[in-house]
Design a protein around this ligand. Structure first.
Ligand SMILES: Nc1nc2c(ncn2[C@@H]2O[C@H](COP(=O)(O)OP(=O)(O)O)[C@@H](O)[C@H]2O)c(=O)[nH]1
Ligand SMILES: [Mg+2]
Length: 204
């Protein structure tokens, strides 16, 4: 299995914590001491996850939130099975912008599963910041979407839960799973054909 079974994109304004969320999930790390690095275009990583006893290769695209890269970011929506749209509960601006990301995404991938993610839970819990986005506003907006998670990449709280829910939802999607099976079969055929063809050139 060399290609990704499920494609997940991360969207949200600059600085909301998208790259930290991916880093925490994939590497179980949090780099608070590293100076802020803007993601350019998008970064890709993959992780194997299980659902219902089966393995799935999950590809994660961490996009740049900056308007400078917006035209580029759209390229990464295409073919996404799930999107995590991030906002900071202490930033009304990041919440306002979230609607924009959702519209953009829907325009390109109508059937993409959408998850909202409120980031930096540790800061709110610790009283370091104050909430600007009311909880009932988030709850109302989340209805009709696939879920809402409130995460901390610093402590890891709810990070695995968010990604597990995405994989479980994808694995339970009959049409999507049919495509995954078809793609795996095609890959096996391509690989067998490639090996058969290259056998003729082997002199060992
Ligand atoms: N305390 C705390 N800081 C965070 C958390 N997530 C991200 N940050 C910090 O927020 C800043 C922006 O994070 P980053 O992941 O680069 O945001 P991005 O621009 O959305 O990719 C960095 O200084 C991170 O260390 C978190 O869960 N808790
Ligand atoms: Mg980033």
């Amino acid at each position: 299995m060399s290609r990704c079974d499920f494609k997940v994109v991360l969207l949200g304004s600059e600085h909301v914590g998208k790259t930290s969320l991916v880093l925490r999930f994939v590497s179980c790390r949090f780099n608070a001491d590293i100076p802020y690095q803007n993601t350019v275009g998008a970064a890709f990583c993959a992780k194997t996850m299980q659902s219902n006893g089966k393995d799935f290769n999950v590809g994660i695209w961490d996009t740049a939130g900056s308007e400078r890269y917006e035209a580029m970011t759209k390229i990464y929506y295409r073919g996404a099975h799930a999107a995590i749209i991030c906002y900071e509960p202490s930033s009304a601006a990041s919440w306002t912008r979230l609607r924009h990301w959702l519209q953009e995404l829907r325009g390109i991938e109508e059937n993409c599963k959408v998850y909202l993610c409120g980031t930096k839970k540790d800061l709110l819990d610790g009283g370091y910041v104050t909430r600007e986005v009311p909880e009932d506003t988030v709850a109302a907006y989340s209805q009709g979407l696939c879920g809402h998670y409130f995460t901390s990449s610093k402590t890891g709280e709810n990070v695995d839960e968010l990604f597990q829910k995405i994989v479980d939802d994808c694995a339970a999607d009959v049409q999507l799973m049919k495509n995954v099976e078809d793609m795996r079969l095609q890959l096996q055929k391509d690989e067998a054909a490639y090996k058969a063809k290259n056998k003729d050139y082997c002199y060992c």
